[in-house]
Design a protein around this ligand. Structure first.
Ligand code: MF3
Ligand code: CO
Ligand code: CO
Length: 276
């Protein structure tokens, strides 16, 4: 097997975390830069072009390109697409859509992985409610991260925020360890039981990336073998950050500050968010 034992959870040194933070910060800046240019009428391929432009300018590698055969440099997941949407020149974004944008960069060998879901122009109130709930669920999941907590605590925090609102948590895709590889152990489900699962240890690096559906959690993968859609055609939203466990608590790495302070990816947030 390439890359050693895939079940082994790596513990990273402070130096490695600083490398990860550089990758994370650039991935966050890239996501922000792309989000600021999303307008109705552009295609999802235009988003891929922006990703390529950013990567070229900064001399870094977009991790999705050719990853297990993925044909593009970024994932663009519109409306009922849960994740892994493939950019397409024929897919034009229209007012009222939501688009999930998932950026992963490799910087000096380390991965930074982050995603956001943003409205295209004006969207309905019910759509905004799904986005806010998903963003808050991600935040609750991140707040559950500390040394000695268990992986189940993260999923529990996410699930118990969204299910009372009538939304569902996608099971088929999970957060993941990340570092020198795109996807490493452990898996981080976005549902679960508090107190269950592996203990979080200082030096672990992983993503939390809840996908929350307006309807049922079940999904289906299209014939392109990547695009995952909701089985009922209802909306799905996702937010993702890469983070590290440290003795001082969680350090979010995909942020545009040096302190590891949590920010919504794409700096998109509900009104009044800053006062919370
Ligand atoms: N960035 C995605 C994640 O959060 C993975 C995309 S895999 C790709 O794990 F091949 F579609 F790029
Ligand atoms: Co990820
Ligand atoms: Co991602």
């Amino acid at each position: 097997m390439l890359g050693g034992n895939q079940n082994m959870v790596r513990i990273r040194t402070a130096r490695e975390l600083d490398e990860m933070a550089r990758a994370g910060r650039l991935a966050a800046e890239c996501l922000q830069w792309i989000c600021d240019q999303v307008v109705p009428g552009m295609s999802t391929q235009d988003i891929d072009d922006l990703q390529m432009e950013f990567a070229r300018k900064h001399g870094v590698i977009p991790a999705p390109l050719n990853y297990k055969g993925f044909p593009k440099s970024i994932c663009t997941s519109v409306n009922e697409v849960i994740c892994h949407g493939i950019p397409d020149a024929k897919h034009i974004l229209k007012e009222g859509d939501v688009v999930g944008i998932d950026v992963t960069l490799i910087v000096d060998g380390y991965h930074g992985d982050n995603a956001t879901t943003i409205p295209v122009g004006e969207v309905s109130e019910s759509t905004m409610r799904l986005l806010w709930a998903t963003l808050e669920a991600q935040r609750q999941g991140i707040l559950a991260v500390r040394e000695g907590a268990r992986i189940g605590d993260i999923g529990h925090a996410i699930q118990s925020h969204v299910e009372p609102l009538g939304y569902s948590v996608v099971r088929d895709f999970v957060g993941h360890g990340i570092g020198t590889a795109f996807h490493e152990a452990p898996q981080i489900p976005h549902y679960g039981v508090a107190g269950r699962g592996r203990k979080l240890r200082s030096g672990m690096t992983f993503t939390i990336e809840p996908m929350i559906n307006e309807g049922d959690w079940q999904c289906r993968v299209l014939d392109d073998e990547w695009t995952a859609v909701t089985i009922d055609g209802k909306l799905s939203a996702q937010y993702e950050h890469t983070m590290a466990v440290t003795p001082d608590g969680v350090r979010v790495l995909t942020v545009q500050n040096d302190e590891g302070l949590w920010e919504p990816p794409g700096r998109w947030a509900p009104p009044g968010w800053d006062e919370v």
